[in-house]
Each structure stands twice: as C-alpha cells, then as structure tokens.
Ligand binder design. Structure first.
Ligand SMILES: Nc1ncnc2c1ncn2[C@@H]1O[C@H](COP(=O)(O)OP(=O)(O)OP(=O)(O)O)[C@@H](O)[C@H]1O
Length: 286
C-alpha cells in the first residue's frame, strides 16, 4: 500500500484578486495526525476542501489516497470521512437511526451502535438531533464522519462547543482512530488541541505554509532559550539561558531553602504560533 495519504505540490486557488492558496506543498504519511493552524482567512478551509474534492483548484498537483480529488469517484469518496466546520443539516430522526442510515452509504461501515457509544452519545441514542446540546450535536457530526470507517478523516474545528471533559474524551477517540491506522487531518483554532493530538502542525497564513513541524519543534521551539525568573534583592530577576538547570542550581545556591517566585519558562506553542503569524503580518508583499 502507498505510504502517502496526501501529496500536494504548488497548490493555488484565487477568488478574484484574493490569493486564498498561494503555492502550498505538503506530504502527509498514512496514519499521521496532521493539524492545520492559522488565522481566519488564512486559506485552511480552501486547501482542505480541495483535498476533499469539494472545491476546484486553479493549479498544482494533488493526490489524496492515490487519486486526484478533482476527478475521483464514489469509491474514493467512501474511503474519506469529513466533519464539516458547520454542523450538518440533519433530519428529524433519532441519533441511532440516523447513524444506521448513514452506515448504509458505505461498503464496509463500522457498527452504528458502537460508533454512537464511542462518541459518547449512547444515552442520547433515542433522542432527536434537535434536542441535543451544541457539543452533543458536534459528537453526532463526528459519528457520521467516522461511520464509513474512513482511511482518511478530515475534522474541521471538531470540538467547538465541547466542555473540557468532552474534549479530552474526543482526543482519546481521535488517538484511537489514528492508532488503528486512520489518517487524520485536523483544522483547529485550539493550540492545546493541536499540541495534544498532532504528530505535525502546519501553520498556514496568507495562503502559504509558514511552518511545518512537530508541536515540540515548531518554529525552533525546542531550541529556544528558557527564561528563569525569581525574586531577589527586593525585585524580580530574569535570565534567558540555554542551560536552565544550571542557572536554577546557581540561583538556588544563594538561598537557604526555596527560591522565592522561581519559574522556568519555555515558549508555549501559542507564543511560537503568534510569532509566526506576526512575521506574516509584518512581511512586505513580494
Ligand atoms: N467562495 C469564496 N469566494 C470568495 N472568496 C472566498 C471564498 N471562500 C474563501 N474566500 C476567501 O479566501 C480566503 C481564505 O479563506 P478560507 O476560508 O480558506 O480561510 P480559513 O483559513 O479556512 O479561515 P477560517 O479560520 O476563518 O475558517 C479568505 O480571504 C476568504 O475571504
């Protein structure tokens, strides 16, 4: 089997004078959890919709599960699952029946009752979608996205409206799916979600890839200096250092016991991300 789930070369798409996607290159291996991050209007949805076969590109080559999504047929579509950003319109049919109905569209679907259970809707299996809470509706969308046992699952802001516990349960579900070999393309505005789930994060801004790396290494994060802060001589002290353990040891040797207000800070994914986006804003257009 081809080990590549997605391969994109010099992808471009404009709407009039707006260059929504302005030359994107990507390769996503099978089984990876790949996350798109980027500000509103960055070109994420346009890129993802081209990958899903729902939007035409202007130019570039795109292979998704070995086929061109612009030309692929129903057999290819059945290998892909999509959870849209906006919740899908659903008929007035109980959750369980709706999931069963969608299962009928696929050649080898998962067990509908098991899927309802896995997304945490077992207690609501007999309920109509319009009585579900926002987060429960989102879980139903996820159930419909995974019922066909897709090889590749696109999730567009899947946890909007989830409470913290539901979000953590959802992360477990996604890790499970990825552990079973499903490739996941996750678009999210929650940096902690990308950090918790993604094998690699792709920061898109202005229609271009600004950085693509593991959450730990993105934008030179792992190599970034640490900042050691503490309180001494009546004021806050601060040192930026590549060897924070040594610095803490040196500071600690001056105190008899705890160092007041001691912290060691490394850049968070959010700080790195905001720096990358800021670079984009200050960049002079070519
Ligand atoms: N159908 C369309 N017609 C015209 N312009 C569009 C269309 N779809 C998107 N755009 C524009 O293309 C650019 C990229 O939009 P896109 O929806 O891909 O961004 P995004 O990164 O997904 O944003 P968000 O995080 O807000 O969902 C934006 O400037 C947007 O206004």
């Amino acid at each position: 089997m081809d080990e590549t789930a997605i391969e994109v070369t010099d992808l471009r798409k404009s709407y009039g004078s707006t260059h929504a996607v302005a030359g994107v290159d990507l390769r996503v291996p099978r089984g990876e959890i790949f996350s798109f991050l980027g500000p509103n209007g960055a070109g994420k949805s346009t890129t993802v919709e081209i990958l899903e076969g729902f939007r035409h590109r202007d130019s570039g080559t795109v292979r998704v599960l070995g086929e061109d999504p612009g030309r692929a047929g129903r057999r290819w579509r059945a290998r892909i699952g999509v959870v849209w950003q906006k919740e899908t319109m659903t008929p007035r049919v109980p959750v369980r029946d709706l999931v069963r109905h969608f299962a009928g569209y696929y050649p080898s679907p998962a067990d509908p009752d098991e899927v309802v259970e896995r997304v945490g809707l077992a207690e609501k299996a007999g309920a109509l979608p319009d009585v579900l809470s926002g987060g429960q509706r989102r879980r139903l969308d996820v159930a419909l996205g995974m019922i066909g046992r897709p090889e590749l699952l696109f999730l567009d802001e899947p946890t909007t409206g989830f409470d913290p516990e539901a979000r953590r349960d959802f992360w477990e579900l996604i890790r499970d799916l990825a552990g079973g070999g499903t490739t996941i393309v996750l678009t999210t505005h929650y940096l902690e979600e990308a950090e918790a789930l993604a094998d690699r994060v792709c920061v898109v801004a202005g229609g271009r890839v600004r950085a693509l790396d593991t959450p730990a290494d993105l934008g030179g994060r792992a190599a970034a200096r640490a900042t050691v802060r503490w309180f001494e001589d009546g004021r806050r002290q601060e040192i930026a250092t590549d060897t924070p353990t040594r610095t803490v040891g040196e500071v600690a040797s001056r105190f008899d016991g705890e160092v007041p207000e001691l912290t060691v800070h490394r850049p968070t994914l959010e700080e790195i991300y905001l720096g990358l986006i800021e670079d984009d804003r200050t960049e002079v257009p070519a």
